[in-house]
Design a protein around this ligand. Structure first.
Ligand SMILES: Cc1cc2nc3c(=O)[nH]c(=O)nc-3n(C[C@H](O)[C@H](O)[C@H](O)COP(=O)(O)OP(=O)(O)OC[C@H]3O[C@@H](n4cnc5c(N)ncnc54)[C@H](O)[C@@H]3O)c2cc1C
Length: 401
């Protein structure tokens, strides 16, 4: 029986999935090169709880959560999607539950349980070997792949590069003729130019929406958290993702408009006028606080030069309109992604050069990619791990099958 030797560089979620599915063919012998502990990158996911999928079961609907890679993923998700992920984890003893926001976690709320279960599958496969070393270089020699570590080199029939958003994998790919689209941080908080917002550190706004006119982003929604130097939370992550390639900075900040009340200015102003009339004897601060947390409203009132103890009935039309404007379109300016906050890399191996039916390179035969190294990144909510499971499955299943 012929034997096929495959090297997988990177023992993160994508590389491990590729190994597990490749190992189902007993002719495949798989060596995973991992410079750290296997699946170490899984441990901090979901704040240690591992948001391993999202309860979105339609292929197109699932793919719509990827600012980059959407169309490419149609084919990938048709082979392995959310229900396959859940079935796989169920079969290896990981029970899951779905949160209200549709994010799926292990019932144990423990990323290390997920890591251990996957590591056990790898350990029990007789045809998977882990080499705990950094792959320093690769070369092609007569159609075979040479992987170099500090101990020398080994020859393989196939190579899977699954080194994630950082690391040498992009360089290896470029060396083999692949294009790497510019790498940018995504799913980060954002540093804000307006210093006044720093006093809101710790304040969170529930289910608000934002638009970014210069990027033609009309409405994205989510919770927002003010931090000591900017904004964070699901809505900030979405903005950073959709604007990963926007050209902005200290001198050309990115204008973001926040809508706290979810209505347009005209409708809301009319509603507010009526409300102020009906509640004329209430302090204006008490009325405004119905729309947002008190610290946030205090800042709005101060910015609008309105004394919070004024009675609602005394507010001028101009004052009311200022408030309505801020509650429906509060403008602030992002100047950079927040350093250290990035949780995925946008950009990577150009998808034009990969066959989505197999994850094989269209440039080099028997070369495969999976996971975050690709020019694929999803929103917050389990989508990035789903990308790893799905592309890892397709790559692993395609190896000498
Ligand atoms: C804090 C945090 C929380 C997150 N939470 C979630 C979440 O809850 N849900 C979700 O869907 N996504 C989440 N993500 C994103 C998700 O973790 C990544 O998209 C995913 O880990 C990417 O998997 P990967 O296998 O492609 O790459 P990685 O996880 O980056 O794994 C690549 C592996 O390759 C190894 N490697 C690199 N170069 C070499 C080399 N030259 N030789 C040997 N080994 C090498 C690295 O050590 C690493 O182990 C989170 C990310 C972060 C940072």
């Amino acid at each position: 029986m012929p034997q096929f030797n495959t090297a997988i560089i990177g023992g993160g979620p994508a590389g491990v999935f590729a190994a597990i599915f490749a190992s189902k063919n007993p002719q495949n012998f798989i060596t995973i090169y991992e410079k750290n502990d296997i699946l170490k990158t899984l441990l901090p996911t979901g704040g240690g709880r591992c948001n391993l999928a999202h309860a979105e079961f339609g292929i197109r609907e699932l793919a719509a959560n990827f600012p980059r890679g959407e169309k490419f993923l149609y084919s990938v998700f048709s082979k392995f999607s959310t229900s396959d992920t859940l079935e796989f984890f169920q079969n290896i003893g990981i029970k899951t539950y779905t949160q209200e926001d549709m994010r799926i976690f292990p019932k144990s709320n423990s990323a290390s349980q997920v890591r251990d279960a996957l590591a056990e599958v790898i350990k029990s496969a007789p045809n998977i070997k882990i080499v705990r070393q950094k792959a320093k270089n690769i070369q092609i020699d007569n159609g075979k792949f040479l992987v170099f570590t500090e101990n020398g080199s080994q020859k393989y029939d196939a190579l899977v590069i699954a080194t994630g958003g950082k690391g040498l994998g992009h360089k290896f790919a470029q060396k083999l003729g692949h294009t790497v689209t510019p790498l940018k941080p995504a799913l980060t908080g954002l540093k804000i130019k307006e210093k006044i917002f720093t006093e809101l550190a710790g304040v969170s706004l529930k289910n608000v929406s934002a638009s970014v006119p210069s990027e033609n982003i009309k409405k994205i929604t989510g919770d927002l958290l003010f931090t000591h130097n900017g904004i964070s939370g699901p809505l900030a992550f979405k903005i950073s993702s959709f604007c990963a390639y926007a050209d902005y900075g200290e001198n050309a900040p990115l204008a973001v408009k926040l809508n706290i009340v979810g209505e347009n200015f005209e409708d809301f102003d009319k509603y507010l006028a009526e409300k102020l009339k009906n509640e004329a004897r209430k302090d204006i601060s008490n009325v405004v606080c119905e729309f947002a947390p008190k610290r946030f409203c205090d800042l709005l009132l101060r910015t609008a030069n309105i004394d919070g103890s004024q009675k609602s009935g005394q507010i001028s039309k101009c004052g009311r309109q200022k408030l309505a404007k801020m509650l429906t379109g509060l403008e602030f300016h992002a100047i950079s992604p927040l350093k250290g906050g990035e949780i995925v890399t946008a950009g990577g191996i150009s998808l034009k050069e990969i066959n989505p039916a197999t994850m094989e390179s269209r440039i080099v035969k028997n070369l495969y990619f999976c996971g975050e190294i690709l020019d694929i990144d999803g929103l917050c909510g389990g989508f990035n791990l789903q990308n790893c499971w799905s592309t890892g499955f397709v790559a692993g299943n395609s190896l000498f099958s």
